[in-house]
Design a protein around this ligand. Structure first.
Ligand code: GDP
Ligand code: CA
Length: 347
């Protein structure tokens, strides 16, 4: 293992759902096995999770990215699907359909519903989303990770991503749907004309978020969706500025490998904001901190190595390594490469 001048007491990761959670699993594995230079099994990992995918459905508050991270790191995730609970059953969904209750396209599993019931009851009793998340994590994270891992929502305020799509039946020629409708009902199969994070301008970072960024030894942008996961987190007033000004190096990992995303819909979202779908373009979209952006280093996949000079010309340290999160060791190696890339930068 190469020696690292960076001692990692605290790492802060800005995460979406599936991509972020898988990266976090590999990072924690690498910290445990010693694969991550400068890290140790005691390195504290704070996850700031996107909450702009959240919505209310059947009277329940559902937070898909928080839950994907929580279930994944708590080993309660359905590994094949990548979201929701393992050993799930769907009786409530079937019963709701029998009543003709809409929408029928958004499935809540029976086990998962318990999480949403606890969350909704606590919110209605006056607890904040941060407090609720902490309570839920006592079941999922503490038994496996003790106090090593902390999961924070990006904000306690309601922020919801909506997507404008073409609609010939509407007088304006377009219609705005909630992110969940775009993704789950429409499978992101129609072009997204605009992406809006409703409520974002008035939102404030949740307690602990700015501090976790300011006091970290390393900040990581995992291969989460750059628009509707990391983009919405950075868009909460104060968070981008905190990432820009932290003394910690900031390193990102490309969610685009070759011509498109690995899973999900990064391609559709990048196209909607006019960013080319390539690993380099996403890195340039984040931009070098030395030139007004948010990253110091950017990892892209070996098959995209010819794009490295574009980043270096823009002031971003870049390296090409395998970026498929095929198992924990492969993902830990990605995390290690990310650390090595920026290890010399701590000011
Ligand atoms: P979501 O909220 O569930 O959509 O998850 P995230 O936003 O955290 O992550 C979604 C992104 O993860 C997608 O854009 C994928 O391209 C990316 N992703 C998933 N698996 C891999 C992988 O093995 N390697 C890389 N580099 N990216 C991946
Ligand atoms: Ca998400």
């Amino acid at each position: 293992m190469p020696s690292s001048p960076l001692t990692l007491s605290r790492i802060t990761v800005l995460s979406g759902g599936v991509g972020g959670a898988r990266f976090l699993q590999g990072l924690l594995h690498g910290l445990r096995t010693g694969a991550v230079p400068g890290g140790s099994p005691d390195t504290q990992v704070t996850v700031v999770a996107n909450t702009a995918d959240d919505w209310w459905i059947h009277g329940l508050k559902v937070c898909p990215d928080l839950d994907t991270v929580m279930y994944t790191l708590g080993e309660g995730i359905d590994v094949e699907r990548g979201w929701g609970r393992s050993q799930e059953t769907w009786s409530a969904k079937t019963e709701l359909e029998a009543y003709g209750v809409e929408p029928t396209w958004f499935g809540l599993g029976d086990r998962d519903i318990a999480t949403h019931l606890v969350r909704t009851q606590m919110l209605e009793a006056g607890f904040t989303l941060s407090q609720v998340t902490e309570a839920l994590c006592r079941r999922w994270l503490e038994p496996l990770h003790g106090r090593q891992v902390r999961l924070l929502p990006m904000s306690d305020d309601r922020v919801e991503t909506h997507v404008a799509i073409a609609d010939a039946d509407s007088p304006s020629g377009r219609r705005v749907v909630h992110f969940q409708e775009y993704w789950v009902r429409l499978h992101a199969a129609v072009p997204a004309e605009t992406v809006l994070a409703v409520g974002q301008d008035a939102a404030t970072p949740a307690p602990g978020v700015l501090d976790a960024i300011a006091t970290a030894d390393l900040v990581v942008l995992p291969p989460s969706n750059p628009v509707v996961s990391v983009g919405t987190i950075l868009g909460v007033p104060g968070i981008r500025a905190a990432v820009r000004s932290t003394p910690a190096p900031v390193v990102g990992v490309s969610p685009i490998v070759g011509p498109t995303h690995v899973h999900g819909m990064a391609q559709q979202m990048l196209t909607s904001i006019g960013v080319e779908v390539s690993a380099a373009a996403v890195g340039l979209h984040y931009g070098a901190r030395s030139r007004g952006g948010v990253v110091d280093g950017w990892l892209l996949d070996t098959r995209d190595a010819e794009q490295l000079p574009r980043l270096e010309e823009a002031g971003v340290l870049a390296r090409a390594v395998p970026l498929m999160m095929s198992d924990h060791d492969a993902t830990a190696a990605m995390a290690a490469a990310a650390v090595e890339l920026v290890a010399g930068l701590r000011t």
